[in-house]
Design a protein around this ligand. Structure first.
Ligand SMILES: [Zn+2]
Length: 398
């Protein structure tokens, strides 16, 4: 029934007609400065485009751009979020190379595609004069790559929406969960000493070696239902001929199971404290991010049955989105996107993809540009489906 609505059909047609311009805009956005905390250029661009589209636009003090497309009243508030920031250093060459169906550039996939998809969908809704009861709230977020800080800030300063759709990640299974992510820096300190006087003196190196070995012996069950632990940075010492006074290592700990996540976090802390004690060195524990876990597949059984998840799956099937290997899950109880903030806050939330692509967070990042059209249609159909109310709509199933 929804697909028979003339306004919805007109909006989809508009997307198709304007798709070449959408890809051009995507390339332009990808070439703008965008390192986390330096999103101003992208933000100003998105803001100007949202204003031109007639949205009620605001910018908050962390830099998120919010554009509200008002509904007629009485419908749910739906947030669509696309992060603007990229992980690459500001001096990185962001020039986009177009090669057949492929675009190549650092950040082209994660997440410039979604920013362009969002702007294209807003314009299509306008061109087709789609009217919704609920407000459609479009948020271009900042600092996603630093631990979802922009979206967290947004949630801390706005009323909770009824639904949240994050646009991030490759096209594929719908994510309706939240992988918890804890980043901790364990720093050992000592008085130091010249090598010649170092015999028998406390050294942070021993504490670190001891701690890291024991952390790797933890071996929790693997993801998706278990956890993963990675020591990503080891830093310290400056000279050959002395005991380092300061040395640290970092732990990236991830799990969708909040109980397992906290238990591992405590076990790691106990290991590190004991290692510092044995080595007679000082210890400081610094938390970089503590993004909570949404729950295991079993804990999220109810969330999996929410109309938002079911409808997103139906639309993807209707659009012919490839999920992966035959028999692959259509939806997964995990996620590492702005949607995590909603999942943990109890808001029905999903992450949908932006296109096919890969090698994100590397200099070889690439995206398959034709598939951004499907991702944008998916987003637009979610807006039109739920704009009037949260219900199960099976109009997409042939
Ligand atoms: Zn991303």
């Amino acid at each position: 029934m929804l697909l028979k609505r003339p306004d919805v059909r007109a909006a989809l047609q508009h997307l198709e007609q304007k798709f070449p311009q959408q890809v051009d805009e995507w390339i332009r956005i990808a070439q703008m400065l965008g390192k986390s905390t330096q999103e101003e250029v992208r933000g100003a661009y998105v803001q100007s485009q949202m204003i031109r589209a007639g949205l009620h636009v605001s910018i908050d003090s962390i830099g998120n751009i919010t554009g509200v497309r008002k509904g007629t009243g009485g419908g749910p508030t739906i947030v669509f979020a696309a992060h603007m920031d990229i992980v690459h250093a500001s001096e990185t060459n962001l020039t986009v190379d177009r090669d057949g169906d492929t675009l190549r550039a650092p950040g082209i996939f994660d997440n410039s595609a979604s920013v362009a998809n969002m702007l294209a969908a807003i314009r299509a809704l306008n061109a087709a004069k789609v009217i919704t009861k609920g407000d459609l709230v479009f948020v271009a977020t900042v600092q996603e790559e630093l631990g979802l800080r922009g979206m967290q800030y947004w949630f801390d300063h706005n009323l909770k929406p009824d639904l949240l759709v994050a646009m991030d990640g490759g096209l594929g299974p719908i994510n309706y969960g939240a992988l918890g992510i804890y980043w901790t820096r364990y720093r050992f300190t000592s008085d130091g000493s010249h090598t010649l006087q170092s015999r028998g003196k406390p050294t942070p190196v021993l504490a670190m070696a001891d701690a890291v070995l024991r952390i790797y012996e933890l071996q929790p069950p693997a993801l998706p239902n278990g956890a993963v632990i990675n020591v990503g940075q080891v830093h310290g010492g400056a000279i050959f001929n002395g005991i380092p006074q300061d040395l640290y290592f970092t732990v990236d700990l991830r799990s969708s199971d909040p109980v397992l996540l906290d238990s591992l976090d405590r076990q790691i802390e106990t290991i590190v404290r004991a290692a510092a004690y044995r080595a007679r060195v000082g210890l400081k524990i610094e938390t970089e991010q503590k993004n909570r876990a949404g729950g295991t597949e079993r804990m999220l059984a109810l969330a999996r049955r929410h109309p938002l998840v079911q409808t997103a799956i139906d639309i993807q099937q209707h659009l012919g989105v490839r999920i992966g290997m035959p028999g692959a899950q259509q939806a997964l109880a995990t996620g590492s996107t702005d949607a995590n903030i909603g999942v943990v806050a109890g808001v029905p939330s999903i992450a949908i993809g932006r296109s096919y692509g890969g090698d994100q967070h590397t200099l070889n990042e690439w995206a398959h540009w034709p598939s951004a059209l499907e991702a944008t249609k998916l987003m637009l159909l979610l807006a039109t489906t739920f704009g009037d109310g949260i219900q199960v709509v099976r109009a997409y199933v042939p």
